[in-house]
Design a binder for this molecule. Structure first.
Ligand code: ZN
Length: 461
């Protein structure tokens, strides 16, 4: 899907939506909140009464497996598309597209290049094409025009805008005369302080408490606006955090000349683009360099990571063991906490709690994948999910009412089939009508058209 992804999703986005454009005041409403870098076990490190209150009246998923690489942009895009990074195409925080000869960097305005986002179609675009409204408070990618569409309401990314201001905007959008049914809210903590202190630092206790306070503020504002009991709220994160140390640094300069390659994405999973003709030399030098660094040629990246089939994944990938950093030189060492590591490591896993009329109460669920969130969100919104790597069956046990209807997911191919069947049926009916009219010259028959339902299984694996 990688190379023709743009056109594939343009076609799906265009074809999939009937565009009913009808609004109901009582339509189901969903708020998805991400506290960046909130590790799954932070709620056990210090008192977090607001998280625990939501858990008691809702669902807590103990183990959420996110996607590789366990970084901010890939995982936020997975949550809103249900796709692995190799499929949605936002494969790292720092990317180079060799076809476009363009770079993407979260530290520059390069993120506004739509082409980096258009291998997939995020949920706010789908929601709007089905006739609803979305409001996005700084969720990564929501201020980028994707497939020609911005969210109905959105905020230009600005780190200095307070959590309280973001909440006020969202509540305004949910309660306006033309309300949104989908809200996305992003907050930078506790990721930023997690990088500075490291997750095992006792100073993180205050950061976790403060983040819990932000959740408390959100709940109290939603209650004031009479939204809390009718809104389905999911509070989650993109990834966890592992403790780094100056003692656990792998220095690439010790093993290979930096003139032989360009470092595209950075520690702890390093994407390496060798200079022309240098692939084997760079690979050989790094493959045996350090026992705490695993180096893959792109085609040998394990299938389980779902991180191979995309042109923006570089020819060499170096993956550090938990707690290790891969830098060109030790002098580049700058953070005591980091993430990006193998997504099977518990330290990389995010929190997930859910509350609202659609969810069961005081339920603890063992495990899910972050790709499962997308079909769940589509179900809650009553919209049709696009093909995805999640499983709705994995999350039905979170719901208060037994689910009888699975959301349907349409493949582009199935539309051709559907349109073919539809046009074919009309032709047959017209032919029958003309034929029978010709026979009887008087009486038109009643033609029973059988309703055909096409339900494609969601993509798995
Ligand atoms: Zn981070």
């Amino acid at each position: 899907m990688a190379l023709n992804g743009y056109w594939r999703f343009m076609a799906i986005c265009t074809l999939t939506f009937p565009g009913t454009f009808s609004f109901q005041q009582d339509q189901p409403k969903v708020l998805l909140l991400s506290f960046d870098g909130f590790r799954w076990d932070y709620i056990y490190k210090v008192p977090t009464p607001n998280f625990h209150a939501v858990m008691k009246n809702g669902v807590h998923v103990k183990h959420v497996t996110n996607v590789f690489v366990t970084k901010t942009y890939p995982n936020h895009y997975t949550m809103v598309t249900g796709l692995y990074a190799e499929t949605h195409g936002v494969v790292a925080n720092e990317m180079y597209d060799p076809i476009l000869n363009q770079t993407f960097s979260m530290n520059h305005l390069d993120i506004y290049n739509s082409r980096f986002w258009e291998e997939a179609c995020p949920i706010w675009v789908t929601n709007q094409m089905e006739g609803h409204r979305s409001g996005d408070a700084m969720w990564p990618g929501t201020d980028v025009k994707i497939h020609g569409v911005f969210p109905t309401h959105y905020m230009l990314y600005n780190e200095s805008i307070s959590f309280e201001e973001r909440v006020a905007k969202l509540i305004g959008w949910f309660t306006s005369e033309e309300p949104i049914n989908l809200g996305l809210l992003y907050w930078e903590q506790p990721d930023e302080m997690g990088h500075i202190f490291g997750p095992e630092n006792p100073l993180m206790g205050a950061v976790i408490s403060e983040t819990d306070g932000k959740l408390g503020y959100l709940v109290s504002e939603l209650k004031k606006a009479k939204l809390w009991d009718m809104l389905n709220v999911i509070i989650t994160s993109d990834h966890g955090m592992a403790q780094s140390s100056r003692e656990r640094v792998i220095e690439l300069d010790q093993y290979v000349d930096r003139d032989l390659y360009t470092m595209i994405d950075h520690s702890p999973v390093v994407a390496i683009l060798p200079k022309e003709g240098q692939l084997d030399q760079v690979y050989k030098a790094l493959a045996i360099a350090h026992p705490n660094m695993t180096v893959y040629k792109k085609e040998k990246i394990p299938n389980r990571l779902h991180y191979k089939h995309n042109h923006k994944i570089q020819p060499i990938l170096a993956v550090a063991d938990k707690g290790w950093e891969i830098l060109q030189n030790k002098s580049d060492f700058s953070v005591l906490g980091n993430h990006g590591y193998d997504n099977t490591l518990p330290e990389m896993h995010p929190i997930l709690v859910a509350h609202g009329p659609a969810f069961r109460k005081n339920v603890s669920k063992e495990a899910m994948s972050s790709t499962d969130l997308y079909p769940l969100l589509c179900y809650l919104l009553g919209i049709s999910p696009l093909p995805n790597n999640g499983s709705f069956d994995n999350v039905t046990d979170m719901l208060a009412v037994a689910v009888k209807i699975r959301p349907t997911s349409y493949e582009q191919e199935s539309y051709a089939y559907f349109i073919g069947v539809f046009l074919g049926s009309i032709l047959v009916i017209v032919f029958l009508l003309v034929f029978i009219k010709h026979l009887t010259h008087s009486q038109l028959p009643t033609v029973q058209v059988q309703h055909t339902e096409i339900a494609q299984p969601l993509l798995q694996g």
